[in-house]
Design a protein around this ligand. Structure first.
Ligand SMILES: [Fe+2]
Length: 161
């Protein structure tokens, strides 16, 4: 990736997030299927709906700065998801696998929180007001999801002991 100023770096970062969100949409149904806890299944289902919304918000961000939505492969998200898939393939359904699924999902959330926090701050500096609001809305949802996963982990980890 090449960039010469914060505008170009911003564009690169939102293309990366746009790709990451698409990867997550593909991964979540598999995670839901692998989960034992009905609460965890529901959490993955709910986050799938939110993630589809995150994609639409990013499209509005592109539009707000007169750019076409474009994906730039996010190798970090590929790695996170590959690790999760391996865990699913190697293990039978159990609360221990649920605990591992949460660990994997929280890594994804933290990646997104870092990414959205960064681009929200760039957008503030660049005066991209529409983008700031859109990115903040997604950032808030990723934060809520992460907290929800922490609460679920407290129950599920105990079941897994
Ligand atoms: Fe997201």
């Amino acid at each position: 990736m090449k960039f010469e100023n914060l505008q170009e770096l911003f564009l690169h970062e939102i293309k990366d997030l746009y790709d990451a969100e698409h990867q997550i949409v593909k991964a979540l149904p598999k995670m839901k299927k692998a989960a034992t806890s009905p609460d965890l299944q529901d959490a993955f289902q709910e986050h799938l709906g939110q993630t589809e919304e995150h994609i639409k918000r990013l499209e509005k961000v592109f539009e707000s700065i007169d750019q076409k939505p474009k994906r730039e492969t996010c190798p970090a998200m590929k790695g996170l998801i590959a690790e999760g898939s391996e865990t699913i393939e190697e293990n039978k359904k159990s609360y221990a696998l649920d605990a591992a699924l949460i660990a994997s999902a929280q890594r994804v959330e933290h990646y997104e929180i870092a990414g959205y926090g960064t681009v929200r701050t760039y957008a503030q500096l660049l005066g991209y007001d529409i983008a700031v609001d859109l990115l903040q809305a997604t950032l808030d949802e990723e934060g809520d999801t992460n907290k929800k996963l922490t609460a679920l982990a407290e129950e599920i980890n105990t079941e897994a002991v």
